[in-house]
Design a protein around this ligand. Structure first.
Ligand SMILES: Nc1ncnc2c1ncn2[C@@H]1O[C@H](COP(=O)(O)OP(=O)(O)OP(=O)(O)O)[C@@H](O)[C@H]1O
Ligand SMILES: [Mg+2]
Length: 253
């Protein structure tokens, strides 16, 4: 299973657009790393995830997976900006979908999902349909489904942006415990600087298009992290620094 992703000199322009979104962009995400990418609306965050997921293929530049140059379609798991649960399937049936697609017997697939329900805060909800769940629960089902694809690289596109502040904080803490337990490589997109610092070991800042070089900030706070970190003076200072960089256009070095 793929665990490391490297982008080299990516150039991409949507046909309809005059300017490229990426022009010579490079990025390395190491095995088991939790990386957050932060930037304003329209800067190309979703586009980059679609390139890394292999959904966009007409770019120039190279993608290396575990050191080998190859196309990533089907090798990594993308959780899109909307949760995309199937409305006619229950929690159990949505969760077991990737296992069924791999040809597992339905009873085995269901059992594997049941084994994870408690950890994903879905105990007792296995027969609920998506419309009967809260936003946070729907995100947890989507995340459970991503984990069960078996892929070791998870691409998460603003999964918590529609949640209220408290639910969001709980989901962030929960995601950290899940990351520590399953140890996937995570590339997490957000437009929220605080969320990016709270979650990531490494933050990359998008500028306005075209993105040439993403400014990198290492984040050294120990895990597991919890909400008390938000008041830590080093945390507050880093947030100010990143915001200033984004506002004053310091993203290009
Ligand atoms: N399929 C498409 N065809 C043409 N242009 C597109 C397409 N998808 C996105 N774009 C344009 O590319 C730019 C980047 O879009 P993208 O969806 O990657 O931004 P984003 O950073 O994810 O924004 P948001 O935070 O709002 O989700 C935008 O200007 C958008 O209009
Ligand atoms: Mg987007």
């Amino acid at each position: 299973m793929i665990t490391e992703v490297k982008l080299k000199d990516i150039f991409y322009r949507y046909q309809e657009m005059e300017h490229p979104i990426f022009d010579g962009l490079s990025l390395i995400v190491q095995s088991g790393e939790f990386v957050t990418l932060v930037g304003p609306s329209g800067c190309g965050k979703t586009t980059l995830l679609e390139i890394i997921a292999g959904l966009i293929a007409d770019f120039s530049g190279d993608i290396y997976l575990d050191g080998a140059k190859k196309m990533p379609l089907g090798q990594v798991s993308l959780m899109p900006q909307e949760d995309l649960l199937l409305p006619w399937r229950t929690v159990l049936e949505n969760g077991s979908l990737p296992l069924e697609l791999k040809g597992q017997r339905q009873s085995d697939a269901n059992q594997q999902v049941r084994n994870l329900l408690r950890e994903f805060g879905l105990d007792g909800f296995e027969n609920y349909y998506p419309h009967q769940l809260s936003g946070g629960m729907r995100q947890r089902v989507a995340f459970l489904r991503s984990i069960l694809t078996g892929h070791r690289v998870l691409l998460l596109d603003e999964p918590f942006s529609a949640l209220d502040a408290l639910t969001r904080l709980k989901m962030q803490e929960w995601l950290i415990t899940m990351w520590q337990k399953f140890q996937p490589t995570i590339i997490f997109i957000t437009h929220d600087v605080e969320e990016a610092i709270f979650l990531g070991q490494s933050i990359y800042i998008f500028s306005m298009v075209p993105n040439r070089k993403l400014k990198h900030y290492p984040v050294s706070f120990a895990y597991p992290r919890n909400r008390s970190l938000l008041g830590n003076p080093d945390f507050v200072q880093l947030r100010q620094q990143i915001l200033a960089d984004m506002v004053w256009g310091g993203a290009h070095e």
